[in-house]
Design a protein around this ligand. Structure first.
Ligand SMILES: *[C@@H]1O[C@H](CO)[C@@H](O)[C@H](O)[C@H]1NC(C)=O
Ligand SMILES: [Zn+2]
Length: 377
């Protein structure tokens, strides 16, 4: 006699629930979420707790890092035993030197300046504000314009339960079922004192990573980039609201069985402390050591930056969403974590702030172009 599948699933969920952290039933999630409460995880492996939006904004104000798992908790419980990444992934020697060198010579700093001018002109890019939604529409339209008339490239919105969508563009790759190479940045910005209405130009956090990826994408399209394996560019919504967009996407990929070769995060790439030799800090926590070593090789081969290793703590950017779902990720940051841009999350995060450097952020566009070619070329 066949056991009904629903019963098997129910039993399996009971077992998971009794062995792991106490299980939050879906009835509780739907009731509390309908009341406007958010389910917040404040540390690795900690049971998430309910917070009001005001309490969540207080966490943002105090620069406490967290995952908002309200929309992902149930799916992530269901797929907790999925093993998506079966075969081990390895990263070889660099092999695309001449084509990468040729491509990075065509990076336009003036395009980056124009794009960042537009992004910083939105009052803020908060994920729940109307101007945050406008910014996501602008990004989608911009990448669609770049890709217009080209085959093998798709651009789409990844919508959420809040106003601002994430954007995904994909080069299909000759083998479209091979593991995906991902480049990510977050499109949202926040004024910690007044998230919904406060001025948050977010030039560095993370307008810089956003324009690195826009310009790298333009360069690849103009070079007729036709990778062997799929390459995606992700502009995430709601990073400042608890890694919302990236965790929604990474959880969905795991549920759908998508394999990922590696995800590189660019979040804050334009600030270098005055008087300090420019470096990138590769974060060693919540990242993959082999992928981070590969990124270090790219930085040394294709940019003028030095490489240091550092840690940024729990939930500090979207690489953590990939790591959480069992995927290899790396995070290349503008400086040592203790020497980052003091102007972020305020109206002062502008391109004229002390330490904001166009030449510094330009190096990260080179890194993005090199990552796409050398991972998937
Ligand atoms: C495409 O990639 C898949 C997954 O890595 C692999 O199993 C398959 O052999 C590849 N196909 C070709 C034609 O290389
Ligand atoms: Zn950021």
């Amino acid at each position: 006699m066949a056991i009904p599948l629903s019963l098997v699933v129910a039993l399996a969920l009971c077992l998971v629930g009794s062995q792991a952290a106490p299980f939050i039933p879906s009835s509780e999630i739907s009731v509390k979420a309908a009341q406007g409460l958010r389910l917040i995880e404040l540390g690795e492996g900690l049971q998430p707790v309910w917070k009001t939006e005001d309490e969540k904004e207080e966490l943002i104000r105090s620069q406490t890092r967290f995952f908002d798992v309200t929309d992902t908790y149930e799916l992530s419980q269901k797929i907790s035993n999925f093993k998506v990444q079966s075969a081990e992934i390895s990263y070889g020697e660099l092999s695309q030197q001449s084509i990468v060198t040729d491509a990075i010579a065509t990076i336009s700093l003036s395009n980056m300046q124009t794009n960042l001018g537009t992004l910083t002109s939105f009052n803020n890019r908060y994920y729940r504000s109307s101007t945050g939604a406008d910014a996501s529409t602008w990004i989608l339209n911009t990448v669609r314009t770049i890709a217009a008339g080209k085959s093998g490239i798709t651009a789409s919105a990844f919508t959420h339960s809040w106003a601002q969508s994430s954007t995904i563009v994909r080069f299909a790759g000759k083998n479209s079922s091979a593991p995906v190479t991902i480049l990510g940045a977050h499109m949202d910005s926040v004024n910690g004192g007044s998230p919904m209405n406060g001025r948050a130009p977010g030039a560095d956090d993370d307008g810089s990573g956003t324009v690195n990826l826009l310009e790298a994408f333009r360069v690849l399209v103009s070079k007729g980039f036709a990778p062997a394996t799929p390459v995606e560019f992700h502009w995430y919504s709601g990073e400042e609201g608890g890694l919302l967009g990236s965790n929604a996407i990474a959880t969905r990929y795991k549920a759908d069985g998508v394999k990922v070769k590696g995800a590189l995060q660019l979040d804050m790439t334009a600030y270098t402390p005055p008087g300090v030799t420019p470096v990138t800090a590769l974060m060693t926590d919540f990242t993959d050591p082999a992928l981070s070593d590969f990124v270090a090789n790219l930085v040394q081969a294709y940019t003028t930056l030095g490489v240091v290793r550092d840690k940024c703590g729990y939930g500090c950017s979207d690489h953590a969403s990939w790591n959480r779902n069992g995927y290899p990720s790396a995070f290349s940051f503008e400086a040592r974590f203790s020497q980052d841009n003091p102007a972020i999350h305020s109206s002062s995060d502008t391109t004229t702030a002390t330490g904001f450097s166009w030449s510094h952020t330009l190096e990260f566009t080179k890194l993005a172009v090199a990552f796409a070619y050398e991972m998937a070329g």
